[in-house]
Design a protein around this ligand. Structure first.
Ligand SMILES: CC(=O)SCCNC(=O)CCNC(=O)[C@H](O)C(C)(C)COP(=O)(O)OP(=O)(O)OC[C@H]1O[C@@H](n2cnc3c(N)ncnc32)[C@H](O)[C@@H]1OP(=O)(O)O
Length: 167
């Protein structure tokens, strides 16, 4: 049951990523993404697969600013929860973040214990310095709005915790 590996996503993984995340989107645990946006961000994704090629997990790293990135769409197949797949995916995303030169990683999640164990801390009402805020607020990206805790995304953030890790 522990035989899996993590690799970069390919375009052919996108339908399987959709199947993996769809139930979580309907339960409002993850933010829904259109297929066209998943193809457009396929380079951001890592997937976990079994030795026979089954896709059992996925996660993405989105760059928001020079030093700042966000962990997105991290999901593990129900049958594989608690076997280190989420850990392996997050580790791969963190390695990528460091390689890109990022020093802060954001996430918005209900899985506070999982992310706390990986060094993320509750941001509370912490915001960003005014200069950076002025730049980030120009973005149309939902994740950036969630990082800034903007009113228009409050319905997405309800019940979620904004967390940050210093790499
Ligand atoms: C930014 C975002 O995307 S936020 C959204 C986060 N995702 C979600 O909320 C979607 C729903 N949740 C999930 O898909 C999963 O629960 C995840 C992604 C959060 C975690 O995935 P999992 O594969 O279960 O995580 P993982 O197995 O690494 O860790 C969970 C537990 O298994 C344990 N574990 C068992 N085997 C191992 C192993 N070999 N290596 C590491 N941990 C292991 C861990 O210790 C941990 O136990 P703990 O919770 O008591 O500390």
């Amino acid at each position: 049951m522990t035989d899996f590996s993590v690799r970069r996503a390919r375009t052919s993984d996108v339908p399987k990523i959709v199947s993996l995340v769809e139930p979580l989107v309907s339960r409002r645990i993850l933010l829904g993404k259109e297929r066209v946006d998943l193809y457009g961000s396929v380079q951001e994704f890592r997937v976990a697969e079994t030795s026979d090629g089954g896709l059992i997990g996925a996660g993405a790293l989105h760059v928001m600013w020079e030093d700042l990135g966000e962990v997105r769409t991290l999901a593990v197949d129900d049958g594989w929860l608690g076997h280190g797949v989420g850990h392996a995916l997050l580790e791969a995303l963190e390695i990528e973040a460091r390689e890109l030169g990022l020093s802060r990683l954001f996430c918005l999640t209900f899985e506070v214990d999982f992310f706390s164990r990986h060094g993320f801390e509750d941001m509370g009402s912490e915001t960003v310095d005014p200069e950076l805020y002025a730049e980030l607020v120009r973005s149309h990206d939902e994740g950036v709005a969630e990082f800034l805790d903007l009113a228009r995304v409050k319905q997405n953030t309800l019940g979620n915790t904004r967390m940050l890790k210093h790499l």
